[in-house]
Every structure is written in structure tokens, then in C-alpha cells.
Design a protein around this ligand. Sequence first.
Ligand SMILES: NC(=O)c1ccc[n+]([C@@H]2O[C@H](COP(=O)([O-])OP(=O)(O)OC[C@H]3O[C@@H](n4cnc5c(N)ncnc54)[C@H](OP(=O)(O)O)[C@@H]3O)[C@@H](O)[C@H]2O)c1
Length: 253
Amino acid sequence: MATTVALVTGANKGIGLETARQLGARGVTVLAGARDEARGLQAERALRDAGAEARFVRLDVTDPKSAQEAADWVDHQYGRLDILVNNAGIGPKTRAGGPPSQTDLDAMREVYETNVFGVIIVTNAMLPLLRRAPAARIVNVSSEVGSITSMTDPASPLAQMPASLAYPSSKSALNMITALYAKELRDTPVTVNAANPGYTATDLNHHNGFRSVAEGAEASVHLATLDADGPSGILWGYLWTAGPSDAYGPLSW
Ligand SMILES: NC(=O)c1ccc[n+]([C@@H]2O[C@H](COP(=O)([O-])OP(=O)(O)OC[C@H]3O[C@@H](n4cnc5c(N)ncnc54)[C@H](OP(=O)(O)O)[C@@H]3O)[C@@H](O)[C@H]2O)c1
């Protein structure tokens, strides 16, 4: 039986590195996508030291040429791809914060290039390889701040956050993109789902998150290792709620 092959984008640190580590611990061959060679090779070494079968793949998700080169390499090495975790993302930069009325469009475009267009670029480059796998899984790493349901529920702690457009709306777009890929692929064995890591301590939020990366990677790993008859077109993971304990499981978009 051939090994399961997974590509995780933005795998050189944070939730992506931990997702790669957890998949590697399950015997999956992990291809650690990183845009910077030195950071990628460092991640490859850390994953191998943790016992994973891991290989660095250079991949800048905003660059179609880079995505195609990565796909060609995966094709040459393995001939197929079983799991794609679209994890790479950038947070609200200072310029892309602020209220909607003061949106800096250039900063907003930068967030969309990675969080929205990057996912489409990588998914479309990898789809021919994913279609060759017996039951491929695509996981798009979203965020609870992308949930229109939560952000507009006055009882949700998320509704109390200051309004800013770039990052939350990029993840709302990603949620719809997930649902529409699932729709296109519904008659195939490929599942397409979105993961909510929850507020996780990483560089993205200057380590202010209250979850560990182990928890943050949980939803991605769950969706990446679904049974062949598992669901497609769902949002799954952690949600900060007003209740005594946070939700974990299937979530409203
Ligand atoms: N942390 C949270 O609380 C939280 C909550 C919800 C969702 N998320 C999502 O979780 C995912 C991972 O975030 P994180 O918290 O682990 O952040 P992080 O520690 O900042 O890691 C982000 C990763 O994405 C990579 N990346 C950024 N732009 C890229 C590009 N153009 N091409 C390739 N890789 C690129 C970064 O690489 P470099 O090192 O080269 O910059 C890094 O490896 C993101 O999609 C984020 O939106 C995070």
C-alpha cells in the first residue's frame, strides 16, 4: 500500500508546521510548502527530527509559476496528491486594520492575494494530482472571524471585535470558495472542507491567541484524515462562544 502524501502550504511555522507534524506522526508523507528555502529546510529538519517522513517544497502561494513548479515536482515524485492543506495565510497588517471606512485598498489586496487568490492558485495547480488519488481531501484553513453568522450574532464574543474589512472578509470569501469547490467536485471522491483553528498563539497574532498550536492544528488534521465517505462542503473546528465552553465540531458558515 503506497503512503498517503500531503502538501501543507505555509508549513514552516505556526499552525502549518504543527499540522505537518501531526500528519507525519500518523505515517503520512508530508510535503512542507514554504516560500523561503532556508525556512522550509529548517522545517523539514524539525519534522524529520520529530520522526516524520517530510520534504520541503518551495511554494509561494501568490505565484502561479511557483504553484505549477511545485505541482510538477509532486507529479514527478509521487504521481498524485492525497491531501492538500491550504494553510498559508497572512493576518491583518496594521494598514489593513482600521474601520471599513478607512480601508487601505492596497493593504486589503495584499491580504486577498494570499488568503483568497493563493488558495485558488494552489488548488487549481494541484487538482489534477488530487483527482488521481483514491479519495483526496482539500482543507482550507479559515477563521472564526470569517463567519458572518458569528460576527453578526450580538451574543457572540466575536461580534464585540472592532470592525475591519481585510482579514475577516478574506476568510468569508474562502468559506464560499470552499463551498463552491465542494459543489463542483461533489460527484468525485475529492472532499473540500474549511477548518477553524480557533484563536491560536502564533506569529500571526503576536502569540496572543489562547489556544496551543496542537489545538489549532486539530481541525485541519481531522478534515485531512476523514474517511473516504466523509462530508464535503462543511466548516469544522473551534468557535469562541459566550457559553462556558467553546464549540468544537461542525460550525455555521
Ligand atoms: N493563529 C490564529 O489564531 C488563527 C486563527 C484562525 C485562522 N488562522 C489561519 O491559520 C493559518 C496559519 O496561520 P498561523 O496562525 O499559523 O500564522 P503564522 O505563524 O504567521 O504562519 C503563516 C504561514 O503562512 C506562510 N505564508 C504567508 N504568505 C505566504 C505565501 N505567499 N506563500 C507561502 N506561504 C506563505 C508563512 O510563511 P513565512 O514564514 O514565509 O511568512 C507561514 O509559514 C492562516 O491561514 C491563518 O489565517 C490562524
